[in-house]
Design a protein around this ligand. Structure first.
Ligand code: GLP
Length: 260
């Protein structure tokens, strides 16, 4: 696990975008795992800027969403399919047919989840998975208690998560109770994981998953087992890390050839 501490969200977005840009330049049809929530927005802003300003080409890129609400009507403004379209794919030249998401509106949820796993495998697996982290340590919608080996499936949201996400809806009652999410095992299969977090509200979750025990009680801690997990956070999110000095030292002395 590489922990990189930067001054703020703009720098975080730029460094994560560097990683995605170098992937796409080496592999134009790269498969990217797309997260929602507020944390990845600076990455999407920066990628859109590089598309407009530097001609960064996404025309062959394929995308797989991390998760989706169950029960929101197709096209709902807050469905993650719509959020990803609005915040990222519509702002660059990703072909709409190359963007996939788990289907939370079908009558056969287990079948749709298996189809999603099959689609990721058929695409050759995810090259780079973008992640945020919930205040309770969830990644995707893998709430505390999720199997560390889980695959795409339905989950019931923790009340903390519903309350955290109520800001995107008019009222807490409108936040669905159920979701479909890539499992922790699915996320662990990605060849590179880039998790971004900023703000003091994430400091406990960051401390727990970076330096605490690997446990289903803190789902993001499974990333300690990932061979290539890059954790990019701001000073506030890093405030409770005992090893912050070590992480800063390692990044400051990182060989340039390693890239992000
Ligand atoms: C949501 C999403 C996660 C996201 C997390 C944090 O519930 N399912 O993918 O990482 O919560 O959201 P935010 O980045 O807005 O803090």
């Amino acid at each position: 696990m590489e922990v990189i501490i930067l001054p703020g969200s703009k720098e975080i977005g730029a460094l994560a975008a560097d990683s995605i840009e170098s992937l796409i330049r080496a592999k134009p049809d790269a498969v990217i795992g797309l997260a929602t929530g507020s944390s990845p927005l600076p990455i999407y802003d920066e990628l859109a800027r590089r598309h407009d300003g530097d001609g960064l080409n996404f025309s062959q890129v394929r995308g797989f969403a991390l998760d989706e609400y169950v029960g929101l009507p197709v096209g709902h403004y807050e469905s993650y399919r719509e959020v990803i379209r609005r915040e990222f794919t519509n702002r660059v030249d990703v072909a709409p047919e190359n963007v996939h998401g788990p289907d939370g509106s079908t009558g056969d949820v287990p079948g749709a989840c298996q189809d999603y796993e099959d689609a990721i495998a058929a695409a050759g697996g995810i090259d780079l998975q973008i992640l945020g982290v919930g205040t309770n340590g969830h990644i995707g919608f893998n709430e505390p208690g999720s199997s560390l080996a889980s695959r795409t499936r339905i989950k019931t949201l923790a009340e903390q998560t519903r309350q955290d996400n109520a800001r995107f809806f008019d009222h807490l009652d409108q936040v669905p109770h159920h979701v479909v999410t890539q499992g922790l095992g699915t996320i662990m299969d990605a060849r590179h994981v880039v998790l971004v977090a900023f703000g003091a509200g994430k400091a406990d979750a960051v401390r727990d998953f970076v330096e605490g025990p690997v446990t289903a009680s803190c789902p993001a801690s499974v990333l300690q087992f990932h061979p290539r997990a890059t954790i990019i956070i701001d000073e506030a999110a890093a405030a409770k890390l005992a090893g912050a000095r070590t992480y800063r030292h390692a990044f400051a002395n990182k060989p340039a050839w390693q890239g992000v």
